[in-house]
Write a protein that binds this ligand. Structure first.
Ligand SMILES: [Zn+2]
Length: 635
């Protein structure tokens, strides 16, 4: 039996794998899995799969952990009930080579039933990282051991919605929380989405966060059949594998743990069948992310525009997914304080694709000293949970510089106003973006900008007001807390830009998508920027108005307020069609489901997609017909 201390040491990698016996390793995997299922993970999913489980598989491939679905529902007191349908695990592949082996088996099986290889259809969907369940329309069950699970129908009684507002009874799925919502509303209170998901299901009464997330339809049951999918034959699957995977993974606003591929040919599926562990016609692909253990040369504190102090580590140069990494940031100062991130420590660095590398955790810690005063303004720093903050928002140079630079960055229709030039403006007593717009050529040269640079900066300022930008982007550039681009767009769908300063907290709460805490912060933040907003707007930016949801009078075409989906190769860029559609009051979606009204088709549309659309009574129109209807009705 492993002691708690030993489990902790293995989890934080101070006890290395080489020092563990096979039994100890297996026991650790079981314990770590149990914590994960209970919503209190002690290691990351990545580490569990690629470090611990991978090592166990190498040592003891016959271990029972690899022979049964992982139990999900221990911890509930209810009696186990038989599931309406068996839910077994999915075989996993981590490389393209392993996927190819699966394709070989599929090809061999298709030969055995005389199905030509071109006739094999593969369907892919994102693999959600939630809490698995089965909804038979009457009750909701946990997956349990795959045969018997617990009845957790209480989750629906608590008001949980089904994804896409679709019906109950669609079989297997996952209870999940929207990623964007978790980040904006819950990440301060829960470390991982899974910790929060567990609180939705538990037997005791819901806490305020869970009730609110259910009310906001941010916590949902997602039947697999409702997920956006890719489908095609083996040839296009093989040719576009990487882009299919990344499109599916980024196509949903939920945490994703890979992609599931399965065959759709009924005959082939029944011929391939299942073994005790998994269906042979289905496979999950999980990408192995690049990781390295790196020595820290030094750590410096950086002040962000919101006053958050971020640790920036200079690293021993390290190769990671094709690039040499010299520095990386830690998420917050808690890493420094709790984990001893400092000069001489060893950290685990991960990088996936081209994303900026991040320090996940400290493997070997050192004694550190925590800065007591802000490196920019010397005010005393304050802890807000894991975050070290400078609260001197009005006078802290780095925060003021950060806010001004943020404005130009979000506007994104200009060049030249990066941190370096803004820093120089700050040194010359510029404190507000509106001051920058009032500068003349002689002002700039007096600040020791060269003649050419001064001209360029003035041109860029003019360009930023003349090039048209969406009004939500303009509003987001002010950097109000909780008013990122998504929330700005949503806000302006309900209220025109000219009227947002008249909004009350109640008005905002009544809009779809805003909880009360967020609404309060937004109203406070708007009050603070009111004057600067008025002054800046008077410089005459070319703002495109967001289409109001309620504004129906302007549109006299059959697609108004209807949901449409584009599919196939179109004669216009897809993005342009989507933009045009939205501007005409059309709801543009990316996948066909029961809420879809029209499917607009280009060339090379898959039969599967057409059949799905027909089954759901979706009206199918050619792109050219769609465009001529719009032209004849909306002009
Ligand atoms: Zn400061």
């Amino acid at each position: 039996m492993l002691t708690d201390q030993k489990i902790q040491n293995i989890a934080n990698q101070s006890l290395l794998l080489g020092d563990l016996s096979d039994d100890e390793l297996a026991e650790f995997c079981i314990v770590a899995n149990q914590y994960y299922r209970d919503g209190r993970p002690i290691v990351s999913d990545q580490d569990y799969d690629f470090v611990f489980l991978a090592e166990l598989l190498k040592r003891t491939p016959d271990h029972f952990l690899f022979n049964r679905p992982e139990p999900e529902n221990e911890g509930f007191s209810e009696e186990k009930v038989k599931l309406p349908e068996r839910m077994i695990s999915i075989d996993k592949a981590y490389t393209w080579g392993e996927i190819q082996k699966w394709l070989d088996r599929v090809n061999k099986a298709s030969l055995e039933i005389n199905l030509p290889s071109e006739g094999i259809r593969i369907k892919g969907t994102a693999k959600l990282d939630g809490f698995a369940g089965y909804d038979d329309g009457n009750r909701l069950y946990t997956r349990g051991d795959g045969n018997k699970g617990s009845d957790i129908s209480r989750v629906f009684e608590r008001g949980l919605s089904v994804y896409n507002d679709s019906a109950r009874g669609q079989g297997p799925g996952e209870i999940v929380v929207k990623k964007s919502y978790f980040e904006s509303h819950l990440s301060e209170h829960f470390e991982y989405p899974r910790n929060f998901q567990a609180s939705l299901i538990k037997e005791k009464a819901l806490d305020q966060y869970a009730s609110q997330a259910i009310a906001d339809k941010a916590a949902l049951f997602v039947p697999f059949s409702q997920l956006p999918s890719w489908s095609g034959d083996i040839e296009s699957f093989s040719a576009h594998f990487q882009s299919i995977v990344s499109e599916l993974e980024s196509g949903v606003d939920f945490d994703v743990d890979g992609v599931v591929f399965e065959l759709t040919n009924v005959q082939l599926k029944s011929h391939m069948g299942s073994n005790r562990k998994f269906h042979r016609w289905q496979i999950a692909f999980k990408e192995n992310k690049d990781k390295a253990q790196v020595r820290v040369l030094s750590v410096t504190a950086q002040v962000g525009r919101t006053g958050k102090i971020t640790p920036v580590a200079e690293l021993e140069p390290t190769q990671l997914s094709g690039a040499t990494i010299y520095r990386a940031t830690g998420h917050h100062y808690g890493l420094v304080k709790e984990q001893g991130l400092g000069e001489g420590s060893i950290v685990e660095l991960t990088r996936s694709g081209l994303v900026i590398p991040k320090i996940n955790k400290v493997l070997k810690s050192v004694e550190v000293s925590i800065p007591e005063s802000c490196p920019s303004c010397q005010s005393e720093l304050t802890w807000e949970s894991d975050f070290l903050m400078c609260l001197n928002h009005d006078d802290c140079p780095d925060q003021i510089i950060g806010c001004m630079a943020y404005f130009f960055k979000i506007l994104a229709n200009n060049d030249g106003f990066g941190l370096a030039s803004i820093q120089k403006l700050y040194e010359n007593n510029i404190r507000k973006v509106s001051d920058i717009y009032q500068l003349s050529h002689s002002d700039l040269t007096a600040m020791s900008f060269g003649d050419k640079t001064a001209k360029n900066l003035l041109n860029q300022l003019a360009r930023s007001t003349q090039e048209s930008i969406e009004d939500w982007r303009f509003l987001a550039a002010f950097g109000v807390l909780r008013l990122g681009m998504g929330n700005c767009e949503n806000l302006l769908k309900h209220k025109p830009l000219g009227e947002i300063f008249d909004l009350s907290v109640d008005d905002v709460v009544n809009m779809d998508g805003f909880a009360e805490i967020t609404a309060k912060l937004i109203i406070e933040g708007l009050e603070e920027i009111k004057e600067e907003f008025r002054v800046l707007k008077a410089f005459g930016f070319a703002l495109e108005s967001t289409q109001l949801i309620s504004n129906s009078a302007n549109f006299d075409h059959p697609f108004f307020n209807k949901q449409i989906v584009f599919t196939g190769k179109m004669s216009h860029p897809r993005a342009d069609l989507q933009k045009q559609g939205k501007s005409l009051g059309i709801k543009v979606a990316t996948s066909v489901n029961s809420k879809t009204d029209f499917l607009i088709i280009g060339e090379n549309v898959s039969i599967t997609k057409l059949n799905t659309a027909k089954e759901k009574n979706v009206v199918i129109l050619k792109e050219s017909d769609y465009l001529s209807i719009i032209e004849n009705n909306s002009l």
